[in-house]
Design a protein around this ligand. Structure first.
Ligand code: ADP
Ligand code: ASP
Ligand code: MG
Length: 442
């Protein structure tokens, strides 16, 4: 068995759904994970924002627009009147459900119910499409097996047991379809695995069923060696190790959700990134093997805040770093990069929600400065310290760009550099030229 996960663009229109249906219906009893149609989750977020602000008429209008969009897709997707009517009725009920939230109070619970509807719609519509064409696809409802625990972490034992049980009850399915992203939380409420979390559903389900392979189908031919949204002339990377893929996903390569690597790595299940617009392309395969002496790719993480604490007291002081880190822990704020010197420490965070409180607490230990609008550039590959030359090439590529922090040696796979957001494009382009397209590529 394999997992086949299709992202929003892969199911983004009636034609795209028909195209991926052909990839799914391949004679194998796989488990297919679907995202919401592209744009839908964003619209559901917008509807929720309007409802938080009590802008009921505007929310209703947005729901009308969504209903219209889906009606158009249905008319194009189904060939028979019978299935068109069934699909229209299915979507009509979903829109009524969305409208039932046009009231007060509107809380996070209601919002999460709204956000879950995108995946429920795409999966239901796809299943109807298969049934219309005489294929015995079976939905395994994510809300019946995907559950998080009291720490908001996946309850893997529950997921394993439930999924296996559900498969056993449906032995004759041509294949199985499930909703990405959505889950129940420990209180039994509808919840989700965070934006982009369908990739996580795919790897959790893959690990639970110990599948042969997890395929992530998207709109590009694999992980590229730089961000194709920013840089010209990027190309796909054929192989990545799990560690390299995790660094790239965490540091901004949007093609993969960062959480999705670990379950696959633990079970040593290959992850393949494939292009539903170009199914024959090789894509990227993520395995446990590290290719030696190669820099694979560059990624960038936006909206970073750098914080520097300068303290005379750090000199010879034990426990200084512990106290600093404890402040971030107290405010539930993860740290991405750290650099230290004799007199101070610089750190970066990507969640500034508690920045004021953090800075207030840090001031007890020294002078604090904050730099906003920064970007972490992360270069990933076989970057163990004995591998001479790469660090110099990376720093040289940025020779005319001010670098606020450099972090090397934290792992064997990455060098991270902190720069201003306004220098990001120039830095990424220059790294591509030096590392992948230029004469200095090793
Ligand atoms: P899906 O909707 O299928 O989950 P995403 O939009 O989440 O797809 O991810 C695919 C997108 O990731 C691509 O269209 C591309 O613009 C973006 N992306 C960012 N960095 C990279 C990279 N290094 N390699 C490939 N794609 C990347
Ligand atoms: N539909 C959700 C999102 O847009 C989850 C996903 O696509 O992975 O974030
Ligand atoms: Mg995605």
């Amino acid at each position: 068995m394999k997992i086949l996960k299709f992202g929003g663009t892969s199911v983004g229109s009636a034609q795209r759904m028909k195209d991926v249906a052909a990839l799914i219906n391949n004679g194998h009893q796989d488990l297919v994970v679907l995202s919401a149609m592209s744009g839908t989750t964003n619209t559901l977020v917008e509807i929720s924002d309007l409802l938080y602000k009590k802008k009921h008429a505007e929310a209703n209008e947005k729901i009308d627009q969504l209903a219209e969009k889906y009606a158009g897709v249905i008319d194009e997707l189904y060939a028979t009147k019978l299935y068109r009517e069934q699909a229209h009725e299915f979507i009509r009920l979903k829109m009524n459900y969305l409208r039932s939230f046009i009231k007060e109070p509107f809380t996070s619970l209601e919002e999460r119910c709204i956000l879950a509807q995108g995946e429920l719609m795409s999966t239901g519509m796809m299943n109807l499409y298969f049934h219309e064409t005489g294929v015995n696809s079976v939905i395994l409802p994510a809300l019946e097996y995907m559950r998080t625990d009291e720490n908001a972490e996946p309850d893997t034992r529950y997921i394993n047991e439930k999924l296996l049980d559900m498969l056993k009850k449906n032995p004759n399915a041509a294949f199985y379809i499930t909703e990405g992203y959505i889950c129940l939380n420990t209180n039994g409420e509808i919840d989700n695995l965070q934006r982009g979390g369908s990739d996580y559903t795919a790897s959790l389900a893959g690990a639970a069923l110990n599948v042969e392979e997890i395929q992530i189908w998207t709109d590009i031919d694999g992980m590229h060696n730089n961000d194709p949204r920013v840089v010209e002339k990027t190309s796909p990377v054929r192989f990545l190790s799990f560690d390299e893929a995790a660094e790239l996903a965490y540091f901004g390569a949007k093609i993969l959700h960062p959480t999705c690597i670990l379950p696959a790595k633990v079970k040593n299940i290959p992850v393949r990134l494939l292009n539903s617009l170009q199914p024959g392309a090789t894509g990227t395969t993520i395995l446990n093997d590290l290719e030696k002496d190669k820099i694979k790719a560059v990624a960038a993480k936006d909206n970073i805040t750098a914080i520097k604490i300068k303290s005379g007291r750090m000199l010879l002081a034990t426990g200084f770093l512990r106290k600093v880190f404890e402040i971030f822990e107290t405010w539930h704020t993860p740290i991405d990069m750290v650099t230290t010197s004799e007199v101070g420490v610089s750190l970066t965070i990507d969640n500034p929600t508690h920045l004021d409180e953090i800075v207030g607490d840090l001031k007890k230990y020294g002078a604090v400065t904050v730099d906003r609008n920064m970007v972490i550039i992360c270069v990933v590959g076989d970057l163990k310290w004995e591998n001479i030359g790469f660090a110099a090439t990376i720093v040289n590529a940025l020779n005319d760009i001010p670098v606020r922090m450099i972090s090397f040696g934290g792992s064997n796979f990455n060098v991270s550099l902190l720069i201003k957001a306004s220098d990001k494009k120039r830095a990424l382009q220059s790294l591509s030229e030096q590392l992948f397209n230029g004469a200095s590529a090793k």
